[in-house]
Each structure stands twice: as structure tokens, then as C-alpha cells.
Write a protein that binds this ligand. Structure first.
Ligand code: IPE
Ligand code: IPE
Ligand code: MG
Length: 239
């Protein structure tokens, strides 16, 4: 079965190694990587992709040195700050966020919320930033939300449905992922949208994120277009 590519998710890896090649600090790579996100929104729009999710900071990335974490916490205000938000308005891009809301600094939280609010009526590409996101934390929060909104739920377990779980994930307004691209050469998902990617096609690429080009995206899409998505079933000719 062929399914149009609706939701593309990117694990944008390799910023640090990219910077090392130029004898620069890792934060230089993050700067370049961050700028790339904007270019990438335009590439995705050209390919008629409706949903683009970018993994920008994981729940495990707190384990990095403090100066690197401090730099990364400024990424949202750098991308969406005062003079940058026009880019998203001009290109009709709606900004969303998946991730833990109560650990990041207040300024970081406010920058994302403000971008969400300002762009909420835009109709074009839906860009979601996965920031302080991890699948284990997401499922933990999901359980807590379900139980706290109905403390007696254990008395009626029929209420615990797949739809209820989906509605309590950070991704409740997003379709499942069709294609994941991971740059940087590693072949793992690093705790990224494990449920939402359960039937996604996965494209691993050895280029570091700052080097990933529009041409590389086209190659990934052409890989996707050749895949046969069976979702557990069979193709007509296989039956
Ligand atoms: C990805 O690049 C960005 C984040 C994880 C925030 P890395 O920082 O992981 O770069 P490498 O993988 O060390 O090169
Ligand atoms: C995954 O990259 C997280 C993001 C892209 C934000 P990492 O570089 O943190 O992943 P690992 O540690 O190599 O698995
Ligand atoms: Mg990495």
C-alpha cells in the first residue's frame, strides 16, 4: 500500500561532530543546526508535507555539560524570538510543541508558548518542536493525566482505551509519523516518539545535520515513496 507522506519527523543529529571538523566548539554546530531548521521548513513545504516534527532536545540531553545545555535552552528563543517569528508568519507555519513542560527554564517555556500562540491561526506547515521530549517521560505523564482526571478509573477498566491513551500523549493533535529521518550516522531512535513511529519508515543518513540538504531530503522522500506500507496486512497480489 502506498500512503502519501503526511508527517515527517527528523532526529537532527551530528551538530557536535560537524563543529569538531572545523575545530569549533559544539555550540557552533548547534547554532548552524538551529538555522537549518528554518531552511528545512521551506524544503518540507515544497514537498507538500503537512506535519514536520524536529527533535531538538531530548530528556536525556540534560546529561550534557552545563554550558552546552545552557546554549540549547536558548534555541527556542533564538528560533522564535522577536525578529524571527515573522519568518513563521510570512510562511504561514503553525508552531507546536511536544515535551515536558515543567523542567525547562521559564524563558525557554515562554518562547515556545508565545510562538504557539502567535502562529495558532496559520494554515500551512505544522512545525512541531520536540523539546525536552522523551517517550518514557511522555508515557509517564500520560498515565498521570489519565488517573488524575478520573481517579476512579480502576473501577471501570473498559474506559482505558487506546484512544484515551492517544488523547493523553503530547502528540494528541498529530497523525502518526510516516517517515523518520535520522542524520549523523547513528541507527537508533534515542527514545523519540516510540509509539507514534511504530509503523513509520526509517531513513538513516550519515550526513551531519548542518550538511543535510534539500537534495538529501528528496532522496529520503524517494526512498519513502518506494516503500510498501502493509500495516500488518497483505498486498492484493500477496493474498
Ligand atoms: C544533535 O546533535 C542535537 C542535539 C542532540 C541537541 P548532537 O549534539 O548530538 O551532535 P553529535 O551527535 O554529538 O555530533
Ligand atoms: C538524539 O540525539 C536527540 C536529539 C536529536 C535531540 P543524541 O545525540 O542525544 O542521541 P544519542 O545520545 O546519540 O542516542
Ligand atoms: Mg548526537
Amino acid at each position: 500500500m502506498k500512503k502519501p507522506l503526511e508527517h515527517l519527523a527528523i532526529i537532527l543529529d551530528g551538530n557536535g561532530r560537524w563543529a569538531k571538523k572545523f575545530n569549533q566548539p559544539r555550540t557552533y554546530g548547534h547554532q548552524k543546526g538551529m538555522e537549518k531548521i528554518q531552511d528545512f521548513c521551506l524544503f518540507a513545504q515544497e514537498e507538500n508535507i503537512k506535519f514536520l516534527t524536529v527533535f531538538a532536545f531530548s530528556t536525556e540531553n540534560w546529561n550534557r555539560p552545563k554550558d552546552e545545555v545552557d546554549f540549547l535552552m536558548k534555541v527556542p528563543s533564538q528560533i522564535f524570538g522577536e525578529n524571527k517569528i515573522n519568518f513563521f508568519m510570512d510562511n504561514d507555519i503553525k508552531v507546536g510543541w511536544i515535551g515536558r513542560q515543567d523542567k525547562i527554564p521559564k524563558e525557554t517555556f515562554e518562547a515556545i508558548i508565545e510562538a504557539k500562540n502567535k502562529t495558532r491561526n496559520n494554515q500551512g506547515l505544522h512545525l512541531t518542536i520536540a523539546f525536552d521530549y522523551g517517550s518514557w517521560e511522555e508515557i509517564n505523564t500520560c498515565f498521570k493525566n489519565i488517573i488524575s482526571s478520573n481517579p476512579k478509573i480502576s473501577e471501570n477498566l473498559e474506559l482505558v482505551t487506546t484512544d484515551l491513551i492517544k488523547a493523553n500523549l503530547y502528540t494528541n493533535n498529530l497523525p502518526d509519523v510516516d517517515l523518520v529521518i535520522r542524520t549523523g550516522g547513528e541507527t537508533r531512535l534515542s527514545n523519540f516518539m516510540m509509539l507514534q513511529c511504530s509503523y513509520a519508515e526509517i531513513y538513516f543518513n550519515s550526513k551531519m545535520w548542518p550538511d543535510f540538504s534539500q537534495k538529501d531530503l528528496k532522496k529520503a522522500i524517494s526512498y519513502y515513496n518506494k516503500t510498501n506500507r502493509r500495516f500488518g496486512g497483505l498486498e492484493n497480489e500477496e493474498q
